[in-house]
Design a protein around this ligand. Structure first.
Ligand code: AGP
Length: 613
């Protein structure tokens, strides 16, 4: 969602901040702003626009004074529409303090009313502005102290960075329930909400915890707890480099990330399967056979694409570990009354590890005494730190808002987990286990077969045919329904076409009424045991002149006659078909988005990391 970048050092702060804002835009951005301490006069200079960092640059390059210290923010509107005034940084009445914020201040109405009574003048409709007035209120010559007092008064979530022209050499930062990272340099230091803004300068970082405060200057970084006691932080060295967060010759991050999937799967499997023994190894779980046998039910909790991975996980866990599994969108789970008991296990899935609803669901489970396992792509994220155990996907940085390789690696981990629990609980035989381990190991090579120039051209042609429709159905049964859910979400996100996924057997209970001449339906047929049923559903569509685009396993011979167009996916184990089957759907979404001239990497209104409820 919103992005934070701050710099104190010897470089031109303007350049560092603008580059940082551009690197953070993938998180979602509708306005951008910077505040810098003017080097000569020591006063604050602030510039903000409704729009992306490039617009801010157009308006300000060469027009601001030189500075070596400042803050930058990319906003994704929650309270107050995108506008120059609502953009961050927000500035105190006396124009000496500037503040940027990610998160939501829940008690801002009460605070604002009280501050207005005391004479503070508010310029925006945002919740954030109360923070800068609170810091101003408590400022008595020590910015760190003022920030500590101000944050004591607020309820909600925040990652903040604050500067004050009376203390021109330091930035104060604080976090609660919203990520914040410090980048460590030589004679310069950084703060950012995301590694992407730091990587051109440093890989040495501190990952801040809730309740930590930082005083950052060009020469030093001091971290304190809420009581003012100094904390010694461990340095976290980021493993991936800037190239991993760049397009590397591809026109879009989304295409690059789709093409990286064979490698991402390989990386996620590495050291987790023993081919010879035909077994899965997940030492990170630190789970005994007895503990595994005691688990009586699993809740999978996630949002969006990650929850679609959860549906595949449900099939795998039920089949291999013989456990009942419920899948819940986190935003629903946290407001219902699930009947939890100590033998239940909660699995939260989150690419970013920072999704607000998923984190709240995680906390709810922990409060109720349920063990929580996190599946995430972000080491050091809140989900990874708060869960009892974490399984990391090794997808590398995913920049496009539409998740592709993170989804695929989540599937891989869920298969590994299901098989591992099956091994421990004795619910899979040695032969079944070995067959699946071989199947998993073979997946990257099968994926490569779908990513050839010929297949890409074929999928592009289909996308061009779909691009002028306003509405498209995705159907499938069993595991294919889970894939349909994810395929339709991809199309919605990047092409803005209304797409709806249905279990194929549900069509005649309503949606069939919408099938008329030429109406496109994307169907999936990879599951042998329901193949005939799915084919009947396809014929019902074609009898009403719907046009069927079918993704089917290559072993189903003669299936070509059953649809208007068929894309074959290579043969894999029946339980693993969601892995290759999603690739053509991702590519159809991508090429349809391009055909409709949509900004595929940054769809309107969406954010990469949804850190607010
Ligand atoms: C994926 O394409 C979406 N942009 C979105 O649904 C995403 O999966 C969801 O917001 C959850 O994010 P998370 O995995 O980081 O928790």
């Amino acid at each position: 969602m919103c992005g934070i970048v701050g710099y104190a050092g010897f470089r031109e702060a303007y350049d560092v901040l603008l580059e940082g804002l551009k690197a953070l835009e993938y998180r979602g951005c509708d306005s951008a702003g910077i505040a810098m301490i003017n080097k000569e006069q020591g006063c604050l200079e602030v510039a903000k626009v409704a729009g992306m960092a490039s617009l801010l640059e157009q308006r300000t390059r060469g027009k601001l004074s030189r500075s070596n210290l400042g803050l930058g923010h990319s906003r994704w509107a929650t309270h107050g529409r995108p506008s120059d005034k609502n953009a961050h940084p927000h500035v105190s009445c006396c124009h000496t303090i500037a503040l940027i914020h990610n998160g939501i201040i829940e008690n801002y109405r009460v605070l604002r009313a009280a501050l207005e009574k005391e004479g503070h003048r508010f310029l925006s409709q945002t919740d954030t502005e109360v923070l800068v007035h609170l810091v101003e209120k408590y400022y008595r010559g020590d910015l760190l102290e003022a920030v500590r007092e101000a944050t004591d008064r607020v309820e909600g979530s925040y990652a903040i960075a604050v500067v004050c022209s009376n203390e021109p050499q330091r930035i104060i930062c604080a976090r609660k329930d919203s990520p914040l990272i410090i980048g460590l340099g030589q004679g310069e230091n950084f703060v950012a909400s995301d590694f992407a803004a730091l990587l051109p300068y440093t890989r040495r970082t501190y990952i801040l915890e809730d309740g930590e405060f930082v005083s950052l200057s060009p020469e030093s970084v001091e971290v304190f707890d809420r009581g003012g006691n100094k904390i010694v932080k461990e340095i976290y060295e980021v493993e991936w480099d800037i190239a991993a967060a760049e397009k590397g010759g591809y026109p879009h991050f989304m295409l690059k990330e789709i093409m990286e999937q064979p490698q991402a799967v390989r990386d996620t499997l590495r050291r987790r399967i023993d081919l010879e023994a035909g077994r899965v190894l997940l030492p990170e779980l630190d789970l005994t056979a007895e503990e595994a046998r005691r688990i009586s039910k699993i809740y999978i909790i996630a949002c969006g694409t990650s929850s679609h991975a959860g549906y595949v996980g449900k099939y795998a866990l039920e089949r291999l570990a013989s456990l009942p599994v419920e899948v819940d969108p986190a935003s629903e789970f946290r407001y219902r009354d699930p009947l939890l008991d100590q033998n239940h296990l909660a699995i939260v899935i989150s690419q970013s590890g920072e999704t607000a609803d998923t984190l709240e669901a995680l906390r709810l489970c922990k409060e109720k005494g349920i063990r929580v396992l996190a599946i995430t792509n972000a080491i050091g994220s809140s989900a990874a730190r708060e869960a009892d155990r974490t399984l990391l996907t090794f997808a590398g940085p995913e920049i496009a808002v539409a998740s592709t390789k993170a989804y695929l690696t989540q599937l891989i981990l869920l298969y590994l987990l299901a098989l591992y629990l099956g091994q421990l609980r004795g619910t899979v035989t040695r032969e079944q286990g070995a067959e699946l381990v071989r199947g998993l190991n073979g997946l990257p090579d099968q994926l490569v077969k779908i990513l050839t120039p010929e297949c890409l051209t074929e999928l592009k042609e289909i996308a061009v045919a779909l691009a002028h429709w306003d509405s498209i159905f995705y159907i499938g049964r069993n595991l294919d329904y889970a894939t349909a859910l994810e395929g339709s979400l991809k199309l919605k996100e990047v092409s803005y076409i209304h797409a709806e996924a249905y279990p194929a057997g549900e069509l005649k209970h309503g949606p069939l009424a919408l099938i008329t001449g030429g109406m496109p339906v994307v169907a999936l047929a990879t599951q042998e045991k329901v193949l005939e049923k799915t084919l009947s559903n396809i014929q019902e569509i074609r009898a009403r002149e719907g046009a069927v685009f079918l993704v089917a396993s290559e072993e189903f011979v003669g299936i070509e006659r059953q649809a208007d167009w068929v894309f074959h996916i290579p043969r894999v184990h029946q339980l693993l078909t969601p892995v290759p089957a999603i690739l053509p759907l991702q590519l159809i979404a991508y090429y349809t988005g391009l055909a409709r001239e949509c900004p595929v990497d940054k769809p309107r209104n969406l954010a990469k990391s949804v850190t607010v409820e």
